[in-house]
Design a protein around this ligand. Structure first.
Ligand code: TMP
Length: 235
């Protein structure tokens, strides 16, 4: 599988066309941004870790019946994926208070909820990805009711699978963001699942093993990514 043309360059990935109109190649970068691109930096080795971790997790999710865009890992940084039309919704699932939730609700971080929450952000950099609900998404034709039902079901299932899996690695899954795409009339999981898009805390020390180290200048960002990757035990 060969890259043809650069189709799109995002904050953390480049996307290339291939000979096959149904197949794209994503290439993960070490670039990191936060606060809608205001803060910029590099997390050395992040591209390879996020690529390999995403593929490892997507394969697990496929085994549990969640369809994903994954076709084939090509090398450390590059993966062939199904070409989808990304729904302009960030789907955020939370098990504990943290980040924007903690701020909005005036709560300290790390309080476990009675049950998980789900929320949407409208993917729009100019607006800073504002919080919206499913009625906004329907009113603006961002997604259909069927698509919202499907991705809601998948998002909670992803949460169950990941919570159980990370639990075995002595990690609490605090929250995460996922994205979905349309593929031949179906909604499938796309984008990535990595320390860029999850909050992962060590169960014993409560140490943050995710991008919050970069967002909040906590130091040790590369070590945290490598720690999570090491615990996955990918050969
Ligand atoms: P938040 O608490 O800042 O709303 O973030 C919730 C989760 O979503 C957290 O795991 C980090 C992730 N996230 C992204 O993947 N991309 C983003 O642009 C933002 C703001 C959060």
């Amino acid at each position: 599988m060969e890259k043809k043309e650069l189709l799109y360059e995002g904050k953390a990935k480049k996307v290339y066309t291939t000979e096959d109109p149904d197949v794209l190649i994503v290439s993960y970068k070490d670039d990191a941004t936060a606060f809608n691109g205001l803060k910029k930096g590099t997390i050395v080795g992040k591209g390879a870790i996020n690529n390999r971790m995403t593929n490892f997790i997507f394969r697990k999710l496929e085994e549990k019946g969640i369809p994903t865009h994954l076709i084939q890992e090509l090398n450390d940084r590059e993966t062939a994926v199904k070409k989808v039309e990304i729904l302009p919704l960030e789907v955020i699932v939370r098990n504990y208070s943290a980040g924007s939730f903690a701020k909005k609700m005036g709560m300290e971080e790390g309080i476990k909820f009675s049950r998980p929450t789900l929320e949407f952000s409208y993917k729009n950099d100019d607006l800073g990805d504002p919080f919206i609900n499913s009625y906004y998404a329907l009113a603006l034709d961002l997604a259909t009711q069927e698509e919202i039902d499907a991705l809601t079901k998948y998002a909670f299932l992803v949460n169950e699978v990941l919570q159980e899996y990370f639990d075995g690695l002595n990690i609490d899954l605090i929250d995460f963001k996922i994205e979905f795409g349309r593929y031949h009339g179906q909604v499938i999981l796309a984008d990535e699942i990595s320390p860029d898009t999850c909050r992962l805390w060590d169960k014993d020390t409560r140490e943050k093993l995710d991008k919050d180290r970069f967002r909040r200048d906590l130091g040790g960002t590369e070590d945290a990514y490598e720690e999570v990757f090491g615990r996955l035990g990918i050969q």
